[in-house]
Design a protein around this ligand. Structure first.
Ligand code: GLC
Length: 504
């Protein structure tokens, strides 16, 4: 191919700018891997109040100052600034949308960080952001081969591309990735006129009588991807229920939908080089991991005892992550077993309260940090012995992969990407990289944890299990090549898309 493929990658979270979960890591890792494959990929996200302009070297672009964006009857001003995303080998152009009332003025991405309550005007905030993406291309006269949007926050970009500037973007193909179907961007019907879309488009935004940004994305995109083959199958097969969105997906995208497993960016997640952790290590010598465990327990003000295993959890506090199941078994586990748990996460206020109660009940065994903290996340992966993901649904999951690479044994439910990445340990053959359980019940979870605790008491078997995980590879290169193949199939249209997707 002569000219490099041009892609605008739009995401509400991009590491290291803004992160609440795996989406941010994936946006960074995939974009860097695409750059390394020679794609002219640029990234766009909102500049929330927590994104430091100084630390991220964000600066103004003259041409993109003060773009007027209508939101309902009002006009809001978007100033688009520029920065770069980089790893030791490559870099990518980043655009950030700034606007004081919607983004700069808020510390949280989607919710108030103190209370966990979502901002009441999230419809307007992401209408504004999506429109700013399309206006930026229009002002720059840059119409990339592909616009690749991610999750509901970016869903309206696709609608604006096809309705506001259909001629300018006639050669641009639209890809949408579902990172989590459980979050859909649902707002009352009254939000429709705020979008400024033509009334003929309204129907395509509505789902079960409400505005649904995820539905809009499915309506306007040419190809939809998700982040693991199993989650793709579960969605199409009706095994996971997502407010009927799975039916829309089946109807519209039965032959233009594919699951591509996420990778891990080992520039950021590698225990040998990780600059967030105090003691670096590799598979040949695990003694620094013990020192990380000490540091971790100190951080949570818990007592260190090498004989007591530490279970880590890092999660968004959302029902699909299996928080209910965890809360159901935690009191029994903490009172009956010799184990400590450290928990990092944020989300729904009712879960925050329940976790605080648990902490009060077991102050010496249960360490809690409510919020997002990148350095602490790395320390948990490095210092814990086991890592728990009892998810009801898990499109891919990044932490189980980080855990394996850090010698921290994942205990996971066999769903979505967890099923695709963790193999249950078999003590007879010494194969497997974690502990996998199936039914979504407290009993099954408790049984899985007890199985892990029993293995921990058998150092040789445990070491085998740890080593198996540390030797796995989850590189982005393979996944990024699949995305490139997909983009090219869409742009060149030489072959039936469904045939290409089947190969992926
Ligand atoms: C969402 C999903 C998670 C996935 C991540 C990145 O956070 O819940 O399973 O790993 O997106 O794709």
């Amino acid at each position: 191919m002569g000219r490099a493929l041009s892609v605008l990658f739009v995401s509400a979270e991009v590491y290291p700018f803004a992160k609440t979960g795996g989406l941010a890591d994936v946006s960074y890792g995939l974009v860097m891997a695409l750059r390394e494959l020679g794609v002219d990929v640029r990234v766009m996200l909102p500049k929330y109040g927590c994104v430091s302009e100084r630390k991220n070297h964000i600066h103004e672009i003259k041409r993109l100052r003060a773009i007027e964006i209508p939101v309902g009857e009002r006009v809001e001003i978007a100033t688009i600034k520029s920065s770069t995303l980089q790893n030791p080998r490559t870099r990518a152009q980043v655009y950030v949308t700034t606007n004081y009332p919607y983004f700069d003025n808020r510390k949280g991405l989607y919710a108030d960080p103190h209370t966990g309550v979502p901002y009441a005007d999230n419809d307007e905030r992401f209408i504004f952001f999506c429109r700013s993406v399309v206006e930026m291309c229009h002002f720059l006269r840059w119409f990339p081969d592909v616009i690749h949007c991610n999750d509901w926050q970016t869903g309206l970009v696709l609608a604006y591309v096809r309705t506001l500037y259909p001629h300018e973007f006639r050669k641009t193909r639209l890809v949408f990735t579902i990172h989590n179907c459980a979050e859909q961007g649902i707002f009352p019907e009254e939000s429709l006129p705020k979008t400024g879309l033509p009334a003929e488009a309204y129907e395509r935004l509505l789902h079960r009588g409400q505005v649904n940004f995820l539905k809009a994305a499915l309506e306007f995109s040419e190809c939809v991807t998700t982040v693991s083959p199993t989650y793709a199958r579960e969605l199409l097969g009706g095994e996971v229920e997502c407010n009927g969105i799975e039916e829309v997906l089946r109807e519209r995208h039965a032959s233009s939908f594919v699951g591509i497993l996420n990778g891990v960016d080992t520039n950021v997640w590698n225990p040998r080089t990780d600059s967030y952790i105090p003691y670096r290590y590799g598979v040949e010598d695990l003694s620094p991991k013990q020192r990380n465990k000490q540091a971790l327990l100190q951080r949570f003000e818990l007592r260190y005892d090498p004989a007591v295993p530490v279970i880590g959890m890092i999660t968004r506090l959302h029902p699909v992550k299996g928080i209910d199941l965890f809360l159901e078994v935690a009191p029994k586990l903490l009172s009956e077993e010799n184990v400590q748990i450290v928990f990092l996460g944020d989300g729904l206020p009712e879960y925050r309260t329940a976790l605080q109660k648990l902490h009060k009940q077991f102050p010496r065994r249960f360490g809690l940090h409510l919020g997002f903290d990148e350095a602490l996340a790395h320390l948990i992966e490095a210092g814990a012995d086991m890592f728990l993901m009892p998810s009801r649904q898990e499109p891919c999951g990044q932490n189980q992969m980080y855990s394996m690479l850090y010698g921290t044994v994942p205990i996971v439910r066999a769903t979505g990407g967890l099923r695709d990445t963790v193999e249950d340990f078999n003590p007879e053959t010494g194969t497997g990289t974690g502990i996998v359980f199936q039914p979504y019940t407290g009993e099954a979870l408790l049984e899985a944890i007890r199985r892990a605790l029993a293995l921990y008491r058998q150092p040789e078997l445990w070491l085998q299990l740890v080593r198996n995980g540390m030797q796995k590879e989850f590189s982005w290169r393979a996944a990024a090549s699949r995305y490139v193949e997909l983009y090219q199939a869409l742009v060149k249209r030489k072959e039936q898309l469904s045939a290409v997707l089947e190969r992926l």
